[in-house]
Design a binder for this molecule. Structure first.
Ligand code: ARG
Ligand code: ZN
Length: 869
C-alpha cells in the first residue's frame, strides 16, 4: 500500500492524526558522520547546472554504520570515495556509502535543472537569475549531502557561469579568487565562508544585478561592506531596507552585544520566493516585497514590513546561524526568538504601543485560530511529515510570545544575562529549546521547570477572572484552563506573567502600582489593598500572556476602560471587547458609536496619538468576530458589522470630516506621527465613503488622484472598492494601468478586489484568476488573489460552496507546480468544524477531493488529512 492509501485508510478509521511516514522527535539520533569541510563547484546554466562536490567526512562516535546522504532529483554522473570511482545506488532519496576508516573524501558530480525547478526549493530560476532556497530541506536538491541542521561545515564555493547572463556571482562569506575570460565567454568567482554552518544556510545567486552599496563600522571597529542587489531600475527603492539594515546592526550591538562577523553582508531581492526572506550566512535572499519600497509604491505597513523582515533576517546571524537548531523540531528556537527580537527592534524604532497592538492583532487573527483548530501544534512539535508545513504562526508568533513571557519573568537585565550565557555556551553549535531555557535559568537563577510546558502544550489557555470585595480589599481570582487539542487530551497549568492594575471608576486614574502576577496554579488569588473608590480591572496589560481572557464587564464599564485605561494595549482591548459585545447582537450600536466618538475626541484634543486612535477605530474583522462564537454566523456577522459601520459613519459624519481635514496632508514622512495621521485620515475616509454621500465619493476620488503616498492612494481605493460607483471602476482601472509591471503593487490590485464586501466578489475573483497578470507559479501573486480571498469571510464562505470549490481548484492546480504554495491553501478549509453543517460538509468535500486526487504532494496530503480530523 502506498503512503497515500495508508493516509486515506487512517482517515476512514477516524484515528488520531499520527500520519504514516511521520518523523518523530523521540527518534532523534546524532549524525553518524560529520562533514567538517565542503567544496562545491557550480558550472551554471539554467537548463542544466553541473555541481561537483567534495566532502571531507569524519566518523562521529564509535559505530560501523554507513554514511547516509540525501538527494532529490539529482542526475548523478560520478561518485568517488577517496579518489576511487564507486557505484552508487540510491534507495528513494537516500544514498548509503560504506566507509572503512574513520575519515574519507567523498566526491560527486550531479546535474540539476534550475529552469525546470518550479518548487522554488534548491537552485531555481527567477526572472533569468539563478537563486537558492535551502531551508528547510532544499540543499538535497543541489547535491548529495546529510541534509540536517546538526551537520556543520566550512564551505568553499566556486561558481562559474556565462559572464553576460550572470555578471554577478554571489555565495556565502567573503569573496576570493575571480577568474575572467574563461572559454565560451564564461567567468568564475570563489567564495569562502569561515563559519561552520548547516547546509540549510548555504546560498548562491547569479544574475544581472545592481547594488545599492553602503558600509557599517562594527563596535570593535571592523568595516563591513553592505550591498543590496536587485535590477538597476529598482536600486533606488532599496534605501529603506539599507537604513533598516544599518539600524539593525547597531541595535543588536547595543541591546544584545552582538557584532557582525564577516567583511561583507549581501542581500538579494527576487520576485519568486516561497517565504518572506532567508537568513543564509552573509547572503540573505529576500522576497522583493520585503526589500523594495518607496512612497509611490509602498504603504506605511509595507515600509514597516521591510524594516521588520530586514531586521529579522539580520538578527538570525546570531539567533539561528552562530547558534543553530539541532533538528527541525527546534525551529521555534531560532524563529520565536528572532521574531521577538525583531518585534523589540521595531518597537524601539517607532511607537511601541501601536506596534504591540499590531502584533497582538496579528497573533489573534492567525495563531489563535490555528491553535483552536485541527492543525494545532505546540511550538516544539513532536512529529511531522513535511517540515515545510511547520513554518506556522505558532512556531513564529506564539514562539515569540513565549520568549516575551520569559523576558517579562526574568526582566530585561536577566534576559540579557541569559542570552549572553546562551551565546557563550552554544556558539558554533546546533542546540535545542531545552538548551535555551537552561541557559536562561542558569543565568538568572529562576526556576523555569513549569515554564517548559509552553514548549509542549498546544492550544491557547483561557483565564477566567472573578472579582469580589472583602473588607474593602479587592480580591481577584484568576482561573486558568485549556481545552484539549488533537492528540493532546490533558493540559496542565502553565507558568505565565499576568500584568494587572486597578482603574478608579470615579477618577479614571490608576490606583496604586501595576502588578506582575506570576500564575502557576490552576487558580491564582490576587489581593489588592483596600480602596475607597469603585474600581475596574485592567487585565493582561501589554498582553503579557498569550491567553484568552474571560471576564464579566458591562458595556458601560468597557466604554469607561476604553476611555481611561492607562495601558494602551488594555485600552485598545476594552474597545475591542465593547465592539465584540455590540456586534454579537442586533442591539442598537449606540454604545459603540459614543465610545468611538470619545476616543476620536481624545485624539483631536491631543490626549491620544493619532496612530493609537486609528488603531482603536478599526472594528474587529468579520473572521475575528466569527472566532469568538462556537459557530460562525457568516451572514449575520456581515450584516451586523456593516450596520455598525454605517451607524458609526452616519452618526459621526461631521467628526469624520473634521478628522479627515485635521489628519490628511502629512506628506511622505515615516515618523510615527505622520504614519498615525495617515492611518486615521484613511479610517475617516472609509467611514465617510461608507456613509455614502456624493461629497465623500468625490473626496475619495480626489485623494486617489492626488495621493503623495501609496498609503493614501490605497486608502482611497480600499474605501471605494466596496461601492457600486463609477469612481470605483475608474480608480481600479487607473491603478492597474499606472502600476503595470510593478509586481508588488499589482499584487495589491488583486488583493483589494479579493477582499471586497461586494456581492459580486466571487465572480470577480474567478475572472481575476483568468486575468493575464495572474500567475499561479508566483507565490506572491497566488497569495494576493487566492490567499486574500480565503480571508474574505463573507464571500469565501458563500453558502453554495463556490468559494471552497475555487480554492480546491487552485490548490490542485498549483500542487503540481509548487507543493509549498498548495499546502498553505488547505489551511482555511481546516476551519470546517466552526461552520454550520451544510458549509462544513462542503468544506470537507474539498479536502476529501484533495486527498483522493492521485499523486498529490506529501505537503498537501499532510495538511489536508490533518485538516479533516
Ligand atoms: N528562516 C526563514 C525566516 O526567517 C524562513 C524559511 C522559510 N522556509 C520555508 N520552507 N517556508 O524566517
Ligand atoms: Zn526567521
Amino acid at each position: 500500500m502506498n503512503w497515500q492509501n495508508k493516509v486515506m485508510k487512517m482517515l476512514d478509521a477516524q484515528s488520531i492524526p499520527q500520519l504514516p511516514g511521520a518523523i518523530r522527535l523521540a527518534d532523534y539520533a546524532p549524525p553518524d558522520w560529520l562533514v567538517p569541510e565542503v567544496s562545491l563547484d557550480f558550472r551554471l546554466s539554467a537548463g542544466s547546472t553541473r555541481v561537483t562536490s567534495r566532502l571531507v567526512v569524519r566518523r562521529n562516535g564509535n559505530h560501523d554504520r554507513p554514511l547516509v546522504l540525501d538527494g532529490q532529483n539529482l542526475k548523478t554522473s560520478f561518485a568517488m570515495l577517496d579518489g576511487e570511482p564507486i557505484d552508487v545506488v540510491p534507495v528513494g532519496e537516500r544514498l548509503e556509502i560504506a566507509i572503512v576508516g574513520d575519515a574519507a573524501i567523498v566526491e560527486f558530480e550531479v546535474e540539476i535543472s534550475p529552469a525546470l525547478n518550479t518548487r522554488l526549493m534548491g537552485l531555481y530560476e527567477s526572472e533569468g537569475r539563478l537563486v537558492t532556497q535551502c531551508e528547510a530541506e532544499g540543499f538535497r536538491a543541489i547535491t548529495w549531502f546529510p541534509d540536517r541542521p546538526d551537520v556543520l561545515s566550512v564551505y568553499t564555493v566556486r561558481i562559474e557561469g556565462d559572464a553576460a547572463l550572470y555578471p554577478v556571482l554571489l555565495s556565502n562569506g567573503d569573496r576570493g579568487a575571480v577568474e575572467t575570460g574563461l572559454a565560451g565567454g564564461r567567468h568564475a568567482v570563489t567564495w569562502t565562508d569561515p563559519w561552520p554552518k548547516p547546509c540549510y544556510l548555504f546560498a548562491l545567486v547569479a544574475g544581472d544585478l545592481s547594488a545599492l552599496r553602503d558600509g557599517f563600522t562594527t563596535m570593535s571597529g571592523r568595516q563591513v561592506e553592505l550591498a543590496i542587489w536587485t535590477s538597476a531600475a529598482d536600486v533606488p527603492r532599496c534605501a529603506h531596507a539599507m537604513a533598516a539594515l544599518k539600524a539593525s546592526m547597531a541595535w543588536d550591538e547595543a541591546i544584545y552585544g552582538r557584532e557582525y562577523d564577516l567583511g561583507a553582508f549581501n542581500i538579494v531581492a527576487v520576485n519568486d520566493f516561497n517565504a518572506g526572506a532567508m537568513e543564509n550566512k552573509g547572503l540573505n535572499i529576500f522576497n522583493s516585497k520585503y526589500i523594495l519600497a518607496d512612497p509611490e509604491t509602498a504603504t506605511d505597513s509595507d515600509f514597516d514590513g521591510v524594516a521588520g523582515v530586514v531586521a529579522h533576517e539580520y538578527f538570525h546571524n546570531w539567533t539561528g546561524n552562530r547558534v543553530t537548531c539541532r533538528d527541525w523540531f527546534q525551529l521555534s528556537l531560532k524563529e520565536g526568538l528572532t521574531v521577538f527580537r525583531d518585534q523589540q527592534f521595531s518597537a524601539d524604532q517607532g511607537s511601541a504601543a501601536v506596534r504591540r497592538i499590531e502584533d497582538v492583532r496579528g497573533l489573534r487573527a492567525v495563531q489563535f485560530p490555528e491553535d483552536a483548530g485541527p492543525l494545532a501544534h505546540s511550538i516544539r512539535p513532536d512529529h511531522y511529515v513535511e517540515i515545510a508545513n511547520f513554518y506556522t504562526a505558532t512556531i513564529y508568533n506564539k514562539g515569540a510570545e513565549v520568549i516575551r513571557m520569559l523576558h517579562t519573568l526574568v526582566g530585561a537585565a536577566g534576559f540579557r544575562a541569559g542570552t549572553d550565557l546562551y551565546f557563550e555556551r552554544h556558539d558554533g553549535q546546533a542546540v535545542t529549546c531545552e538548551d535555551w531555557v537552561a541557559a536562561m535559568e542558569a543565568a538568572t537563577g529562576s526556576d523555569l521547570g513549569q515554564f517548559r510546558r509552553w514548549y509542549e502544550q498546544a492550544g491557547t489557555p483561557r483565564v477566567a477572572v472573578h472579582e469580589r470585595r472583602e473588607a474593602g480589599k479587592v480580591i481577584v481570582e484568576l482561573v486558568q484552563s485549556q481545552s484539549p487539542t488533537p492528540g493532546q487530551a490533558v493540559k496542565l497549568p502553565v507558568h505565565m506573567p499576568f500584568r494587572m492594575a486597578l482603574i478608579g471608576r470615579d477618577s479614571g486614574r490608576r490606583i496604586g502600582e501595576e502588578r506582575v502576577v506570576e500564575m502557576r496554579e490552576a487558580v491564582t488569588r490576587v489581593e489588592f489593598d483596600a480602596v475607597d473608590e469603585p474600581v475596574l480591572l485592567s487585565l493582561n496589560r501589554g498582553f503579557s500572556a498569550p491567553v484568552i481572557i474571560e471576564a464579566e464587564a458591562s458595556r458601560t464599564e468597557l466604554a469607561f476602560l476604553a476611555g481611561h485605561d492607562d495601558d494602551p494595549s488594555a485600552r485598545w482591548e476594552a474597545m475591542q471587547r465593547l465592539a465584540l459585545s455590540v456586534l454579537a447582537t442586533d442591539d442598537d450600536p449606540a454604545a459603540l458609536v459614543s465610545a468611538v466618538a470619545a476616543t476620536l475626541m481624545d485624539g483631536t484634543a491631543g490626549k491620544l496619538d493619532a496612530a493609537f486612535v486609528g488603531e482603536a477605530m478599526l472594528l474587529p474583522t468579520e473572521s475575528f468576530i466569527g472566532d469568538q462564537a462556537a459557530m460562525v454566523d457568516v451572514e449575520g456577522i456581515h450584516r451586523r458589522r456593516e450596520a455598525a459601520r454605517l451607524a458609526i459613519a452616519t452618526g459621526l459624519e461631521a467628526e469624520w470630516w473634521a478628522a479627515l481635514r485635521t489628519y490628511s496632508g502629512s506628506g511622505t514622512a515615516l515618523t510615527p506621527a505622520a504614519k498615525g495621521a495617515r492611518r486615521l485620515a484613511n479610517v475617516a475616509l472609509a467611514y465617510l465613503v461608507g456613509a455614502g454621500s456624493a461629497e465623500a465619493l468625490a473626496a475619495a476620488r480626489i485623494q486617489y488622484e492626488t495621493a503623495a503616498t501609496m498609503t493614501d492612494r490605497m486608502g482611497a481605493l480600499s474605501a471605494l472598492v466596496g461601492t457600486d460607483t463609477p469612481e470605483r471602476d475608474a480608480c481600479l482601472a487607473d491603478f492597474h494601468a499606472r502600476f503595470a509591471g510593478n509586481n508588488d503593487v499589482i499584487d495589491k490590485w488583486f488583493t483589494v478586489q479579493a477582499l471586497s464586501g461586494r456581492p459580486d466578489t466571487l465572480a470577480r475573483v474567478e475572472a481575476l484568476a483568468r486575468h493575464p497578470d495572474f500567475s499561479i507559479t508566483n507565490p506572491n501573486r497566488l497569495r494576493s488573489l487566492v490567499g486574500a480571498f480565503a480571508a474574505n469571510q463573507r464571500w469565501f464562505h458563500a453558502a453554495d460552496g463556490a468559494g471552497y470549490r475555487l480554492l480546491g481548484d487552485q490548490l490542485l492546480a498549483v500542487d503540481r507546480i509548487n507543493p509549498q504554495s498548495a499546502a498553505r491553501l488547505a489551511v482555511p478549509l481546516g476551519r470546517w468544524r466552526r461552520f454550520d453543517a451544510a458549509r462544513g460538509a462542503l468544506m470537507r468535500a474539498q479536502l476529501e477531493r484533495v486527498t483522493a486526487t492521485p499523486r498529490v504532494s506529501r505537503d498537501v496530503l499532510e495538511m489536508a488529512s490533518r485538516a479533516l480530523v
